[in-house]
Ligand binder design. Structure first.
Ligand code: COA
Length: 378
């Protein structure tokens, strides 16, 4: 017999406030702030390390703090040899996100601070995770393609080192600047699905590695981080701007979900799109591949007209990564290389003031009924 009244329920937790945070604010009217700083002001000026420091520590670093932080990250990039060996044992068909999730999980066993959830230990582990998530992606990618991982270059920033570790060439300054901006756009987004997964996991007082492992698993899905890989498949399928409108209408008629469109919070446009679109246009000119941007712009126009839906950051991220020379399978890992800073900041915040996250569900099964013995079930 039901003993409680039907509680209020919001499918998908839409609009539900599931906790407090001082790290990031997503304004539904297309704004995004990290610790009070507007991403539109900071995004294309700050380095990723500055933003990661801000998310983790609450304030921007001064010159010395930034230098020390960069050195600390650079000094932690090497993976334990056992982890590299494990990457080699995975089938060559493994998706880089699965490789990353498995790698993060394995890294936990090598961290001497593993079971210490204090603030200081969590910051130390965050620095290691920010450094090594990138290495897992770049080394994993080379191993999947039969190449040896490259030695680290500690003098390079996270963004520059990412390029270098993939193909052995240090990038041009403008390429590093672009990747810093992209990393800054992806670094945090309050209670998005992967960050929420990290917070739920850490709220049981499981450690930061368990939380980031949960987050990696959650990010991979195409309704979340995986959308930036799916968006590139869509653009490749469309091929040319003149085919975009008919392609989209056909998909909409078939009730398909269009990757890179829609958002749970933003209803008037994703705050990150204007910056990502600008990078895409710039790259289109530099590489002579303006076609991709023209397809995206056409899709935006038709989607607005037909469904009133706006593009999200993953639409333009897809051609941006492609024109920067990254294979589409690396799109979601690139997202993770940045979002790990946000995940870690949220775990630190959760552990600093923890309460178990344990919501209720609305029961929709049969009402109370009598248990029949096995003989009565034939
Ligand atoms: C992000 C997403 C999961 C948000 O889902 P949501 O909050 O449940 O979506 P909404 O409630 O705003 O959807 C409103 C309507 O628009 C439709 N819609 C939303 N996004 C859509 C999309 N990308 N393509 C087609 N239709 C879409 C929904 O099906 C719904 O239609 P209905 O009222 O006929 O059922 C969803 O927009 C989506 O799947 N987008 C594609 C994947 C993607 O780009 N993810 C990255 C997000 S940053």
């Amino acid at each position: 017999m039901a003993t409680e009244k039907k509680p209020e329920y919001s499918p998908g937790l839409a609009g539900v406030i599931a906790g407090e945070t001082a790290i990031c604010w997503v304004d539904p009217n297309a704004g995004l702030m990290y610790r009070g700083y507007d991403i539109h002001e900071m995004g294309d000026k700050a380095t990723f390390e500055e933003v990661a420091y801000l998310l983790l520590n609450g304030e921007l670093p001064n010159g010395k703090q930034l230098k020390d932080f960069k050195q600390q990250i650079a000094a932690q990039r090497d993976l334990p040899k056992e982890v590299v060996e494990m990457l080699r044992l995975l089938p060559k068909s493994t998706h880089p996100m699965d490789m990353l999730r498995t790698g993060v999980s394995m890294l936990s066993a090598f961290d001497k601070d593993l079971s210490d959830n204090s603030h200081d230990a969590n910051i130390r582990k965050s620095i290691r995770l920010i450094a090594r998530v990138s290495t897992l992606i770049t080394d994993g990618w080379r191993i999947l393609h039969g190449e040896k991982p490259l030695p680290e270059k500690p003098e390079l920033s996270q963004a520059a080192n990412f390029f270098y570790k993939l193909n052995g060439k240090a990038p041009e300054a403008w390429q590093t600047r672009m990747l810093d901006t992209i990393f800054n756009l992806y670094a945090d987004h309050e209670f998005n699905a992967s960050t929420f997964a990290a917070r739920v996991t850490s709220s049981t007082l499981a450690g930061i590695y368990a939380a980031v492992t949960s987050a990696c698993g959650t990010l991979k899905g195409p309704l979340h981080g995986g959308a930036n890989e799916e968006s590139m498949k869509m653009l490749e399928d469309i091929k040319t701007p003149d085919r975009a409108e008919a392609w989209l209408k056909k998909q909409l008629a078939a009730k398909a979900k269009i990757m890179g469109f829609g958002h749970r919070v933003y209803k008037k446009g994703d705050s990150r799109v204007p910056i990502m679109r600008k990078i895409a246009r710039d790259l289109g000119k530099r590489t002579g591949k303006e076609n991709w941007v023209l397809i995206c712009e056409k899709l935006e126009e038709v989607m607005d007209r037909e469904k009133g839906l706006c593009a999200n950051v993953d639409l333009y991220a897809a051609p941006v990564f492609w024109m920067l020379g990254f294979a589409p399978a690396l799109n979601t890992p690139l997202f993770a290389a940045s979002r790990v800073a946000g995940w870690c900041a949220h775990v630190v915040e959760q552990h600093d003031n923890n309460r178990l996250i344990r919501p209720r569900s609305l029961y929709t099964g049969p009402q109370l009924r009598k248990y029949p013995g096995p003989a009565d079930r034939s």
